[in-house]
Design a protein. Structure first.
Length: 81
């Protein structure tokens, strides 16, 4: 289910809500009760995989060439230990 961010035009209260895409948008603020809740378009909704077993945490480190000096951005390869 997607997460939607809402903001009240009256009191400024913000809330994240898990809703089905087919659900109607909320209109009543859960903080002040005003009919001024609106859905906010957020740029923070990027998809990110966290934890072990994903490319960014496990496989990307193996792309370093342990034999070539300066192959890693830091100048030292974490695999050459």
């Amino acid at each position: 289910m997607p997460t939607y961010q809402y903001r009240c035009k009256e009191c400024g209260y913000e809330q994240e809500v898990f809703q089905k895409m087919s659900d109607d948008a909320l209109t009543r603020c859960t903080e002040c009760g005003a009919e001024a809740f609106e859905r906010v378009i957020s740029a923070e909704g990027g998809f990110m995989l966290k934890g072990s077993g994903f490319y960014k945490t496990d496989y990307s480190k193996q792309s370093c060439d342990t034999g070539a000096a300066g192959a890693c951005p830091t100048g030292t390869c974490p695999l050459a230990k």
